[in-house]
Structures are given as C-alpha cells and as structure tokens.
Write a protein that binds this ligand. Structure first.
Ligand code: FES
Ligand code: FES
Length: 161
C-alpha cells in the first residue's frame, strides 16, 4: 500500500506491506537506528518514538496506522535546543550508562516536559513506566529530568528577557 506521513518534519511517501512494523520501516528503510529492537512485544520501550504527539512503541505500530501521522525519532529530535536541554540534564546525572535505551528515555522526557514544565517526581516515575532500562536507577533519572526541566526554563527565560 502507498502511505504518506511526516517523519522528522519531512513529508514522506512509501510503498510497503500494511502490516510491517514501524520499527522495521524506520531502521531498514530509513536507516534510523536510534530506536532499538528489544522485545518486539511492547514491553521494553527501547523502540519508543513520538507518534502523533505521544510516546509509542514502534514495534506495535503497523504500517497502515502511520498514514497521515507524524513521527519523531531521536534522529529528528537531536537537532533541537530541546534535545540539548535534556542531554545536559542527563549528563549531569550520569543517566546514559550503556546508552541502549537512551533515545527512548530522551523522547519520553520530551513528551513529559511538553505537558508539564516542571513535572512532579511521581509523574516522572510514571512516565518511565514503559521503559525497562537495566542501567539507570529511578532516582537518578528523576533528578536528571528535573535538571533538564530547569535548564529549559532558564534558557526560555533568557530568550524572553
Ligand atoms: S522492542 Fe518495542 S517495546 Fe520492546
Ligand atoms: S541505558 Fe542501558 S539498558 Fe537503558
């Protein structure tokens, strides 16, 4: 089937089988390997992308569902100032570790900070419920997200002053 959608702010049209997984399309057709293949069952969160504004496991999204949709992967997001805010927060709290699911953690953080400028600790913990990261401790990650939020707030204040 022919599908048109927006991928990292670019209009894209492809021809593909309707049931192919989005994760396979991203990695194999577009070389976007930041989203990782883990469990292929919606459990580990390593394949997370932002799909129509929400974080979603790309392994559970069949091709036919992306028609007319908007997808952001870590590759597209990494060019933004918002990405740099989060990266700085993560670096200050040593969040990266092995890095396997870091792209997923960054996209989850971005979606959360879009909803709440300075999210409470419980909300942060809940947001990361979908990511099974073996490396990063919960408290570390929470502190990193709060620092990223503060960095972003400072940057926006300075821009508007
Ligand atoms: S590979 Fe998609 S959730 Fe694990
Ligand atoms: S960063 Fe290592 S498993 Fe998540």
């Amino acid at each position: 089937m022919t599908l048109s959608f927006i991928l990292n702010d670019e209009n894209i049209t492809i021809n593909t089988e309707p049931n192919r997984r989005l994760i396979d399309i991203l990695r194999n057709d577009f070389g976007l390997t930041g989203s990782k293949c883990g469990c292929f069952g919606g459990l580990c969160g390593a394949c997370t992308v932002i799909f129509n504004g929400s974080v979603s496991p790309a392994c559970l999204i069949p091709a036919f569902r992306i028609r007319g949709g908007k997808i952001t992967t870590i590759e597209g997001f990494s060019f933004t100032k918002k990405y740099s805010d989060i990266e700085r927060g993560f670096n200050l709290h040593d969040v990266e570790s092995c890095g396997y699911c870091n792209p997923a953690k960054i996209l989850v953080t971005e979606t959360l900070l879009k909803e709440k400028e300075l999210p409470p600790r419980d909300d942060i913990l809940l947001a990361f419920d979908s990511i099974r990261c073996r490396c990063t401790l919960g408290e570390n990650l929470i502190d990193a997200v709060i620092t990223a939020a503060e960095i972003r707030q400072r940057r926006l204040r300075e821009k508007n002053s």
